[in-house]
Design a protein. Structure first.
Length: 255
């Protein structure tokens, strides 16, 4: 069932989204050559703590996972698509890092992700990141009252496929509100004019992902969380929490 949020609830989610944006900014600032992924996670934790927020990631334990997620950010390096667990890996010059972070504030959740390079960037990585950001922008632009979930999916998929990239099968966006994952699902590829009609008060986490090698295949490592490309090519991920309003889509996870 899809929960329609009141305008007051959307304002509360905006505050949670502001915390998420701050946490991602802090994490990105410390993500330099030689920094460990645990240090990156610690930077995000400090922002959440200062804001009086909790993490929807820390301790999250869906039925398919062997262990609860042990961090407040997913830190996905190079060929990791999503759900990378922060550990003692030290970032190297030229790494591509995707960070996904959430916050719970006053009972409302925000969720966002960003991809960037560490040190000297490879041109092909910059193109990958530019594409996933363009796909996110296209998805947000399609998130208009009266249109459909399929229009968002089609807009995202068209950008990713036109660039020659793969779209990891089975992963996409979702509704969000009191819980991190709510209905409806938001695929990263689909047919326009299909699916649920978008209404004022719906809030969606829109999150395209792209695989440089062009394949959609992936696998999950033995930790039960980390999702990697099957061909070893690099991946990128971007996400915003977006409110559907009569005035147009409103991005909630910005400073």
């Amino acid at each position: 069932m899809v929960e329609i949020k009141t305008d007051q609830s959307i304002e509360a989610m905006r505050e949670a989204g502001r915390v998420v944006a701050g946490a991602l900014t802090a994490a990105r600032e410390v993500a330099t050559v030689g920094t460990t992924l645990r240090d990156v996670d610690a930077a995000a934790r400090a922002v959440l703590a200062e804001a009086g927020a909790r993490s929807p990631f820390l301790g999250y334990h869906p039925s398919w996972a062997p262990i609860p997620f042990p961090a407040v950010v997913c830190a996905s390096v190079n060929d990791t698509i999503v759900h990378g667990i922060p550990d003692d890996y030290r970032l190297s010059d030229g790494d591509l890092l995707s960070l996904d972070c959430g916050a719970i504030l006053a009972g409302w959740v925000g969720d966002s992700a960003v991809s960037f390079t560490v040190g000297r960037a490879r041109p092909e990585d910059l193109r990958l990141i530019e594409t996933v950001e363009a796909a996110l922008e296209a998805g947000i632009a399609a998130a208009v009252v009266g249109r459909r979930i399929g229009d968002i999916a089609h807009a995202i998929g068209r950008v990713c496929r036109s660039a020659g990239y793969g779209i990891p099968d089975g992963y996409g966006g979702h509704g969000i509100g009191r819980r991190m994952h709510e209905d409806p699902g938001v695929p990263n590829e689909g047919r326009p004019n299909r699916g649920m009609v978008l209404r004022h008060g719906m809030v969606l986490a829109i999150e395209p992902m792209v695989i440089a090698g062009g394949t959609d295949d992936h696998y999950t490592t033995q930790d039960g969380w980390t999702v990697r490309t099957i061909d070893g090519s690099r991946a990128a991920h971007a996400e915003h929490t977006v409110a559907i309003t009569d005035e147009g889509p409103r991005v909630l996870t910005v400073l």
